[in-house]
Design a protein around this ligand. Structure first.
Ligand code: SF4
Ligand code: SF4
Length: 144
């Protein structure tokens, strides 16, 4: 069995198809939806945790690719250099999951690793290079 977190990006023409249902039913995968969004162009983005037999997992990915769905494995983990962070707040507005947020009344910017989906947007916008990435140890980790 493997466990993997991925970001899927769906073209507008397939967002109304029962794709997640098919992943579960046809490929016997366990799918946990961590985040889902449809933008103004009707394109979908989904962050999923997928667990299952490696062969079925690979077949499921082939199915997604056949529909034009792009797949980005979350094989990186994001960390913050606490000494470099000035709590300027530039990262808060761009973080799509609320993993970076303002704590009151201290007005400090906090980082909740459990809510981070490693999209790396904050790494690009932080003016002090306080956000960084490391290879995650649980990428494609065996679960039994
Ligand atoms: S943008 Fe960088 S320096 Fe500013 S609060 Fe976020 S992590 Fe800290
Ligand atoms: S990588 Fe940064 S912007 Fe993306 S979810 Fe994690 S903390 Fe938020």
């Amino acid at each position: 069995m493997i466990l993997q977190r991925v970001i899927l990006r769906f073209p507008a023409q397939v967002v109304d198809r029962p794709i997640i249902y098919n992943l579960i039913k046809k490929y016997d995968l366990v799918v946990n939806i961590l985040k889902a969004n449809i933008n103004i162009q009707k394109e979908g983005t989904m962050v999923l945790e997928i667990q299952g037999d490696p062969t079925q997992y690979a077949r499921g990915l082939e199915y997604l690719q056949s529909l034009g769905v792009s797949i980005q494995p979350l094989s990186q983990a994001v960390f913050r250099d606490e000494e470099a962070c000035t709590h300027c707040g530039a990262c808060i507005g761009v973080c799509p999951t609320g993993a970076l947020y303002l704590e009151r009344p201290s007005m400090e910017v906090k980082f909740d690793e459990n809510r981070c989906v490693a999209c790396l947007i904050c790494v690009k916008v932080c003016p002090y290079k306080a956000m960084g990435v490391v290879a995650a140890s649980n990428s494609l980790a065996p679960v039994d």
